[in-house]
Design a protein around this ligand. Sequence first.
Ligand code: LLP
Length: 464
Amino acid sequence: MVTTDISQENSGHRYLSNQNSSSPNQVLLPLTAKVNSSDCLEIGGCDLSKLVEQFGSPLYILDEETLRTSCREYRDSFKKYYSGESQVIYASKAWSCLAVCRIIDSEGLGFDVVSGGELYTTLQAGVKSDRIYFHGNNKSTEELKYALDCGCTIIVDNWLELQTLSAIVSESEFQNARIMLRLTPGIECHTHEYIRTGHLDSKFGFDPNQLEEVFNYLTQKPQINCIGLHAHIGSQIFEQQPHQDLAGVLVEWLKTSQAYNLPIEELNVGGGLGIRYTEADDPPTIEEWVKAVGKAVESACHQYQLPLPKLIAEPGRSLIGSACVTAYTIGSRKEIPELRTYISVDGGMSDNPRPITYQSLYRAVVANRMSAPLTEKITVAGKHCESGDVLIKDALLPLVEPGDILVVLSTGAYNYSMASNYNRIGRPAAVLVHQGEANLILKRETYQDLLVQDRLPERLISLE
Ligand code: LLP
């Protein structure tokens, strides 16, 4: 009989295991996950069925301790394995909202933002602009002015942006722009093609063949301070080698920059470390990743006899991915004899578009039946009017009833941030859980919220 168990490893990480199957058969859970005496899953000291009673479903449940622990693991590993200065910045596209920014800021991390909206959110959360880096392959003039105005570092992606920035700086009150250059490193890695960015055929970054031309241009623009170089090779990556190769390439570019007398002293290796969504995923730990990258930069600098740059990494998924779960209420059931059984939940592709977009796989448990035997192979469908709205195909679950709470694991990254109002379904609420306390950090969208931006032209109002 297969049952679900929560086990703890020496590292302190908690895993969900399907007992009696061959290992490795474990999926990461939030660190504080446990099963209480009512056989219910608890996270951050809060019983998930009670959270759903109180806040409704679907519900994003974010565990503060897990999030803080990954921040510290990144920060401490850089201190341990890299002798130069370092700064970890959170790729806020993974999940941007005030509470998340505030927690991460309080752990001393910086922020990568990719739009005026993310920049605004981060600033409103109280983050100081000297720790904010502004990305994007098509920033508007308005966004560039906003970024200059608040004094964050702009990661320049292309010629048009560099020229626009130069025009803004020379025509206006902005005296100085602090920038980094993003380049396409030409490094292939194994991940879904939509989230691969390091290969040459990518919309992001300067072509490295133009590096010297860009450096030359910058030498004639004293108001633009180019302080560093950036590259990012993709997301949900399990291999170490492409990141080590990237470190080498960045240091080579740094070497090239020496001839131009530019103030370049930071290297940003991007993000990309994967997480374990299912037992088939086997990413390195944060510590292993940082060690590999830090050592690769050190050895390349040694080889080129360069002083160690300030090293920046900008992880998103590996900071927040396994800190959150999504709770749904189970509703209808459809059995197609000898083919498939579907259960439907009260959310789906509008709160988690990753399965339909990237064919991403997830694991789930039934929060109110944690020790029930896993006897059913069931397909978990969402409630949207689209056949592809399936969250998990062939999930191994206990016998469930309408009203049971299905919890999809590892939904912290790119779920809320990619959520939509498809079918005019409001985005879920999110709660932050910590030591038995649950605080609302995102309010559930109401029907009224859905109409906030709607305008009805006068002439339509009077239509019969
Ligand atoms: N830096 C840059 C420049 C990026 O473009 C990204 C992610 C990151 C850092 C953070 O990467 P991470 O550590 O999270 O892998 N929506 C997709 C992921 C898109 C990633 C976009 N860029 C998904 O749901 O898998």
